[in-house]
Design a binder for this molecule. Structure first.
Ligand code: ADP
Ligand code: MG
Ligand code: MG
Length: 926
C-alpha cells in the first residue's frame, strides 16, 4: 500500500491517535485523540496531512509527493459530507482553518489561517444562511488579512492601517464595535491594497486558497522565527520531520455575545497549584486572545455568563488530565452557546510548577514516582535554587541597564571595582557587587565573596560568566552601558554611581537595577525536597551491568568544591561527597603566595624545601577545615595542578619591580626566572604531576599537610574520608612513583602522630593515553576520576579557550551535533572512558570511577556516565540537585528501554482489549 499521508478525525472517530505525534504533530495527534472514543469530545471534524509530507516537500524542492492531491481531495470530500456543506459553496459555504503543528509544540512559531473558503460570493451566502451579516463580513476581513499576511507575505501593518483608518472615522476603539458597512469598507480596501501589493486579485477559488494555505504552513517550518525557536530550545534540525497540517471545519466565536474563544490551563502553570485557570474573550476569534488586541477576561467571567458551558469545560479539564496524566493547556471556542475543543497539549510550566504538579499528581494517584521524576527538566530546577529577586520588589525597582544573562540568580550589594576591594569589604561584613570591565583568574577570591558580578564586556562564555556559574553567583556580562570613569566611579547612561552605592542585578534576565531590590535565598524544602529524595532512592537502588560486564550498584552525586563554604552548599543541596577539591587556591592567599613564589624562583632544592616548609602549616589548616566540613563524606583532594607560571605574574615593568622587591631579588634575576617559566602552551606544559616528577617536594609537602590535618581530626574523634588524587597522569610510572613518595610521607606522619591513617590514592584520567593504559594505571591507583574538560580538549585537539571562534559554525553546519565542552561526546572522550572502565576494572573489579569535569552537571553527559558504569558524577554545588534528578532519569530511562522486550504478555493483553485500534495501528505506522 502506498504511504498514507492524510488522517481524518471527526464524527466521534479518528484514523490516528495520540501515539502518532511524530506523524500528525502534537496538535493533530491530540485532535484525533480528543475526537475519538473514549474521550469523544466536541472537536470540529477535519483531517491532518502528515509531517512525512513536510519532509518530502523539502526533499523535493518545495513540491508535494505524488498522490497527495488525490488523497486530500478524498478527505476534503469526507469532511464536506460530515459537515453537510461544501468548501466555498455560494449559498452555505464550509469554512476551514489550516493549522500547523510539529511533534514538539512550538507555540506561535508557525502559521495558521482561519475562515478559509470565503470569497465575494460565499460571504453573502454565509450572511444569509447565518442571518448574521456582521459576522460574515468580519470573517471575510479576517480571512483576507490572515491569508494575505501569512500565505502571500503582505505586510501585516498595511492591513492594520486600513482598520485603524476605518475605526478613526467614527472614533471607535475595539474591533467588535465595527458595523457591517464599516467591515464591508475594510474588505474593499483590503482587496484594493492586496491588488496593489501583489499585482493580482485576491484569490477567489477556495481550492486554490486551501493549497495556498497548506503551502504556507509547510513553508513556515523553515521561517526564521521557527528556526530560531528550535535553536533556542535545543531542537536539532533534522530531529523532527517537520510540521503537519490540519485542515478542520471552522467554529465561530465571533458570532455575537453568546460566542467567544479562550485558552485555559488545567492547573496554574506558574505556581503549579491545582486550580483551573484561563482567559476568555467574548465575540472573538482564536487569535484575538493571544494577539492581545483586547484584554481577555478571567475564566470566572465565563462561569457567570454561561455556567453550563463553564461546567462542561470543567468536566473536560478533569477528563483530559486523567487521560493524559498531565497538566493540559487547552484552546476552546463557544459558538452560540455550544462548546468546541480546538487543541490540548501538555502545558509548559515553570520549574516550581513542574515540581509541585509532579509531587501532587503522585499523591493524587495520577502518576507514579518514576513518571513524576521524568516530568521535570533537570535544567528547570535551576530556577528553584538561586536567590531570586522578590517579584513585588521588582515592580517598584528602577531598571538602569541590561546586559547578558550569564548566570542566574539575584545579586544585590554595594558596588566595588576591584577584587581586592570586594574581599576587604566582605571581610568587614559588607555585601558587595563586583563591577569590572571583565574578570581574570586573579579576581577569583573577590568574585567568590561577591553577591553578584557585573561586567561591561565579555559574553556568556567569558571568564566572569563561566566562573560565576560554577560558583552559583549571579552574573550579568557585557553590559555596555556601564563605563568606568575613575577608580571610584562608574557611569551608567549618564548617571554616576560611586563605590559603595547599592546596585542589584538579575542574572536570569540580565537586568541591572538601582539600589537594593529585595532578594530571597533558595532552600531545598517541601515539594522539592520530597521530589529529590525520590530521585536519590531510584539512583541508590539502581543496579546495572557495565560495558566491562561488572555489576555496579547505585549512582551517586558528589560536588566539586574547594572551600568549607562550597562543602556546606554541596551538602545543603544533597551531595554525598566532594569529587574534586582543588588545592591551587591554597597557594594564593598571603603569606602562602610569597612563600610559594620564593619556592618557584629558588635556585636549589634546599631553598625550595625551606619555603615549602613555611607553607605546610598554613595548608594543613586549610585542609583541616575542609575535611572537617565534610563530616565523614568522601573528599577527593587533587594535588597541585596548574603550571607554576600562573603564580608569577609580572607583565609590566612595575609589576616585575614590585614582585622583585617582595621576593627580595634583583629585577633582572627575576626577569630571567620569569622568562624561563614562560611556556608556549602552558595547558600542555609543565604542570600537574609533571611538577612532582621534577620537584617531588611540592607534592610531598601537600601530602604531609593532608596527613597531618587528618591525623589531628582523627585524634579529635572527627570522622574523615580523604582520597588523594594525582592530576595530569600520562604514565603508570608517574602514579607508581608519586604514590610511593606519598606513602612514605604518610608513614612518617603516622609515626610522628601515633596514627594509623590510610589514604586511597587515585589517578585522574584526562588524556587519551591514560585511558588507553588504564589497566597499568589501575595497578597503582585506587580510583579513577575522569577530568573530562581536558579529556575533551585533548581528544578533539580543541583548546577550550579558543574554540569559541569556530564552534558556532561547527554546530550551524552540523559538523558536530553538540558543543563537546557542554555535552560529553560519546564517540570521542566517551569511547575512551569506556576503554578505561573496561581496562581498569579488569585489573580491579571494583575500581571506583567518577567524573569531575564540568560535564558532571550536564544531563545528557550524566546519562552517558551512568551507561559507562561510573559510580558517581561530581559537579558544581549548585548543579547537585539537577544532577540528582538527571541521574535518576538516566536510571529510569535505562529501565524503560528494556521493559517492552521483557513483557510481551502484558502488551498482548492491552491490544486484545481494543481490537479496533489494534487493527488500524500497523497500517497507520507504515
Ligand atoms: P497556534 O499553534 O499558534 O496556537 P492554532 O493552529 O492553534 O495556532 O490556531 C490559532 C488560533 O485559531 C487558536 O486560538 C485556535 O483555537 C483558533 N482556531 C484554529 N482552528 C480553528 C477552527 N477550526 N475554528 C475556530 N478557531 C480555530
Ligand atoms: Mg494553538
Ligand atoms: Mg585537568
Amino acid at each position: 500500500m502506498a504511504t498514507k499521508y492524510v488522517y481524518f478525525f471527526g464524527n466521534g472517530d479518528a484514523d490516528g491517535d495520540e501515539s502518532m505525534r511524530a506523524e500528525l504533530g502534537g496538535k493533530g495527534a491530540n485532535l484525533a485523540q480528543m475526537a475519538k472514543k473514549p474521550l469523544s469530545l466536541p472537536v470540529p471534524p477535519g483531517f491532518t496531512i502528515t509531517t512525512d509530507v513536510c519532509q518530502e516537500f523539502y526533499k523535493l524542492g518545495r513540491k508535494y509527493p505524488a498522490g497527495l492531491a488525490a488523497e486530500v481531495d478524498k478527505y476534503l470530500a469526507k469532511l464536506e459530507k460530515a459537515m453537510g456543506k461544501k468548501l466555498g459553496d455560494e449559498k452555505d459555504p464550509l469554512l476551514v482553518s489550516v493549522r500547523s503543528g510539529a511533534a514538539i509544540s512550538m507555540p506561535g512559531m508557525m502559521d495558521t489561517i482561519l475562515n478559509l473558503g470565503l470569497n465575494d460570493k460565499s460571504v453573502i451566502g454565509l450572511a444569509k444562511k447565518t442571518g448574521n451579516e456582521r459576522f460574515a463580513w468580519d470573517a471575510y476581513r479576517r480571512f483576507i488579512q490572515m491569508y494575505g499576511d501569512v500565505a502571500m507575505g503582505v505586510d501585516h501593518d498595511k492591513f492594520e492601517a486600513i482598520i485603524d483608518k476605518e475605526k478613526a472615522k467614527r472614533g471607535i476603539k475595539d474591533d467588535p464595535e465595527l458595523n457591517v458597512e464599516e467591515l464591508k469598507n475594510i474588505v474593499a480596501n483590503y482587496k484594493k491594497m492586496y491588488k496593489k501589493e501583489k499585482g493580482e486579485d485576491f484569490p477567489q477559488d477556495p481550492k486554490k486558497q486551501m493549497w495556498g494555505a497548506i503551502g504556507a504552513v509547510f513553508g513556515s517550518w523553515m521561517n526564521p522565527r521557527a528556526i530560531t525557536y528550535r535553536k533556542l530550545n535545543n531542537i536539532k534540525e533534522g530531529a523532527l520531520k517537520g510540521t503537519a497540517v490540519s485542515v478542520m471545519a471552522m467554529v465561530f466565536g465571533n458570532k455575537g455575545n453568546t460566542s467567544g474563544t479562550g485558552v485555559c490551563f488545567s492547573r496554574d502553570p506558574s505556581t503549579g497549584k491545582n486550580e483551573f485557570m484561563g482567559e476568555y474573550l467574548m465575540n472573538a476569534q482564536g487569535e484575538d486572545v493571544v494577539a492581545g488586541i483586547r484584554t481577555p477576561q478571567k475564566l470566572s467571567q465565563l462561569k457567570k455568563e454561561n455556567p453550563k458551558v463553564y461546567d462542561q469545560l470543567c468536566k473536560i479539564r478533569d477528563r483530559l488530565e486523567k487521560h493524559y496524566h498531565d497538566m493540559q493547556d487547552m484552546e476552546f471556542t463557544v459558538e452560540e452557546g455550544k462548546l468546541y475543543m480546538l487543541q490540548c497539549r501538555n502545558g509548559k510550566r515553570t520549574g516550581a510548577a513542574a515540581v509541585k504538579m509532579a509531587v501532587d499528581m503522585v499523591a493524587e494517584g495520577l502518576i507514579t514516582k518514576e513518571q513524576a521524576l521524568l516530568r521535570v527538566e533537570p535544567e528547570q530546577l535551576n530556577q528553584l535554587l538561586l536567590p531570586q529577586l522578590d517579584k513585588d520588589a521588582v515592580k517598584k525597582a528602577v531598571e538602569i541597564a541590561s546586559g547578558l544573562n550569564a548566570s542566574p540568580g539575584a545579586g544585590c550589594g554595594q558596588i566595588v571595582f576591584t577584587a581586592d576591594e570586594a574581599e576587604e569589604w566582605a571581610k568587614a561584613g559588607k555585601k558587595v557587587l563586583l563591577v569590572r570591565k571583565e574578570t581574570s583568574p586573579d579576581d577569583i577570591a573577590g568574585m567568590a565573596v561577591a553577591q553578584g558580578i557585573l561586567t561591561s564586556t565579555g559574553g556568556r562564555t567569558s571568564h566572569a560568566a563561566v566562573v560565576a556559574r560554577g560558583m552559583g553567583t549571579p552574573c550579568v556580562c557585557g553590559c555596555a552601558d556601564v563605563t568606568f570613569k575613575d577608580a571610584n566611579t562608574i557611569v551608567v547612561k549618564g548617571k554616576a554611581y560611586k563605590k559603595g552605592d547599592f546596585l542589584t542585578i538579575d542574572g536570569a534576565t540580565g537586568k541591572v537595577y538601582e539600589g537594593q531590590v529585595a532578594v530571597k535565598p533558595a532552600t531545598i524544602s517541601g515539594d522539592l525536597e520530597k521530589f529529590l529524595k525520590w530521585a536519590d532512592e531510584i539512583r541508590a537502588a539502581s543496579i546495572r551491568t557495565t560495558p566491562s560486564k561488572q555489576t555496579v550498584k547505585g549512582f551517586d552525586v558528589y560536588a566539586n568544591g574547594d572551600t568549607p563554604k562550597n562543602a556546606e552548599d554541596a551538602f545543603r543541596f544533597g551531595a554525598k561527597g566532594i569529587g574534586l577539591c582543588r588545592t591551587e587556591h591554597m597557594f594564593f592567599d598571603e603569606p602562602k603566595l610569597t612563600a610559594f613564589q620564593k619556592m618557584i624562583v629558588s635556585e636549589n632544592t634546599e631553598d625550595r624545601k625551606a619555603n615549602l616548609k613555611k607553607i605546610l602549616p598554613l595548608q594543613q589548616k586549610d585542609f583541616y577545615e575542609i575535611i572537617k566540613a565534610m563530616k565523614g563524606y568522601p573528599v577527593t583532594i587533587r594535588l597541585l595542578d596548574p603550571p607554576l607560571n600562573e603564580f608569577i605574574q609580572a607583565e609590566s615593568k612595575e609589576q616585575l619591580n614590585a614582585l622583585a622587591t617582595k621576593l627580595g631579588m634583583k629585577p633582572a634575576a627575576l626577569a630571567t626566572k620569569v622568562a624561563a617559566l614562560d611556556e608556549h602552551n602552558p595547558m600542555l606544559g609543565h604542570r600537574g604531576c609533571r611538577l612532582a616528577i621534577t620537584y617531588p617536594e611540592i607534592y610531598e609537602m601537600q601530602v604531609e599537610a593532608i596527613a597531618r590535618a587528618t591525623a589531628k581530626l582523627d585524634k579529635e574523634g572527627i570522622k574523615h574520608k580523604v582520597q588523594i588524587m594525582i592530576p595530569n597522569v600520562v604514565s603508570y610510572r608517574e602514579v607508581e612513583q608519586i604514590r610511593a613518595q606519598a606513602e612514605a610521607v604518610i608513614a612518617d606522619v603516622n609515626k610522628a602522630c601515633g596514627t594509623k591513617l590510610k589514604f586511597e590514592i587515585g589517578s585522574m584520567v584526562e588524556f587519551p593515553r591514560t585511558a588507553l593504559i588504564a589497566d597499568k594505571v589501575a595497578q597503582f591507583a585506587d580510583f579513577f576520576s575522569f577530568g573530562t574538560n581536558d579529556l575533551s580538549q585533548t581528544t578533539f585537539g580543541f583548546s577550550r579557550d579558543d574554540y569559541g571562534k569556530f564552534i558556532e559554525s561547527y554546530l550551524d553546519q552540523r559538523i558536530l551535533e553538540d558543543d563537546p565542552f557542554a555535552t560529553l561526546d560519546p564517540d570521542g572522550p566517551g569511547a575512551l572512558m569506556e576503554i578505561a572502565e573496561a581496562k581498569g576494572r579488569k585489573v580491579k573489579a571494583n575500581l571506583h570511577l567518577g567524573i569531575c569535569g564540568e560535564h558532571g552537571g550536564d544531563p545528557a553527559s550524566i546519562a552517558l556516565c551512568y551507561k559507562l558504569g561510573l559510580n558517581y558524577v561530581s559537579c558544581s554545588p549548585f548543579r547537585v540537585p539537577l544532577a540528582r534528578l538527571a541521574g535518576a532519569q538516566a536510571v529510569i530511562k535505562a529501565g524503560i528501554k528494556k521493559a517492552p522486550a521483557k513483557k510481551p504478555a502484558a502488551k498482548k493483553a492491552a491490544t486484545a482489549k481494543k481490537p479496533a485500534t489494534a487493527a488500524k495501528k500497523p497500517a497507520a505506522k507504515k
